[in-house]
Design a protein around this ligand. Structure first.
Ligand SMILES: [Zn+2]
Length: 267
């Protein structure tokens, strides 16, 4: 697995040649047929947006830069949606592509100070868009969201979200200002399926750059209430045994890893 060191300032000792994570107009990235970004001293396509130094991937500088997605790209390269790239890459490489997409999107939406309207510049010591006029720093936007499986005896609660097309997954929702993650877990489970949970245990986390979520995974145990779906976000939900699971999310997602972990703990 490649190793990534996150850095803001370009280290003077590093080779100028680097990996270019070139981000198109949507969440698409310029990659070769194996999902690798172009490598060189500069971006191989025209880019009007400022390059953002992300850090070193196995010692090689990694850059993110936005462009208006020109159709003439170097031979062997193509624009590929970040989402589908996940199937081709190891997790650290896919995460780095996701980091590039998020940073470019942040730079695009932080060009002017939110307080005084002056054009911002990228800070050199930290990841921030800095206003030279009033001193405001705009940091990259991150939306923390919980994702949780509820356990009850030998069953697990999975829900079908609107637009899931038959797939059942862990419940999820964004943290609100002023809320702890544990409070978010209790509220989301209550709102979406009408169930109360007791013990909550942390599992793992995963950046989810669609567009800027940080998924924080938990296991929770049922204490009371029967399923009453909200009918808005969740269109169906049920308690499932390990040997009769419905269609569940693909392996890359933290939702799938939550479910797999629970399955591995069943007899
Ligand atoms: Zn300002």
């Amino acid at each position: 697995m490649p190793n990534f060191d996150s850095l803001v300032a370009f280290p003077p000792s590093a080779d100028a040649t680097g990996l270019w994570y070139i981000v198109g107009t949507g969440a698409s990235v310029l990659v070769d047929c194996e999902g690798a970004p172009p490598i060189g001293v500069r971006s191989p396509v025209e880019t009007a947006e400022p390059p953002i130094f992300m850090g070193l991937l196995d010692g090689v500088p990694a850059w993110a830069v936005g462009t208006n997605e020109p159709s003439d790209v170097p031979d062997g390269y193509q624009w590929q949606p970040l989402r589908s790239l996940g199937a081709q890459l190891d997790t650290p490489s896919w995460m780095l592509a996701g980091r590039g997409v998020q940073l470019v999107e942040w730079a695009r939406t932080s060009r002017f100070c939110g307080r005084c309207g002056t054009a911002t510049e990228l800070a050199t010591r930290e990841r921030a868009a800095w206003c030279a006029h009033c001193g405001l720093n705009a940091y990259p936007r991150l939306a923390p969201a919980i994702i949780v499986t509820v356990e009850r005896g030998d069953t697990i609660l999975l829900g079908q979200g609107r637009g899931f097309q038959g797939m059942y997954s862990a419940l999820a929702g964004f943290a609100e200002p002023g809320e702890t993650l544990e409070e978010t877990v209790r509220r989301e489970v209550r709102e979406e399926v009408g169930v109360e949970v007791g013990v909550i245990r942390y599992f793992d986390s995963q950046p989810w750059p669609f567009p800027h979520s940080l998924m924080i995974g938990f296991f929770a145990t049922w204490v009371s209430g029967e399923i009453q779906i909200d009918g808005e976000e969740i269109v169906d939900a049920g308690w499932f045994k390990a040997d009769s699971l419905p269609e569940i999310p693909p392996p890359l997602s933290i939702a799938r890893r939550l479910i797999d972990d629970w399955v591995s703990r069943q007899d």
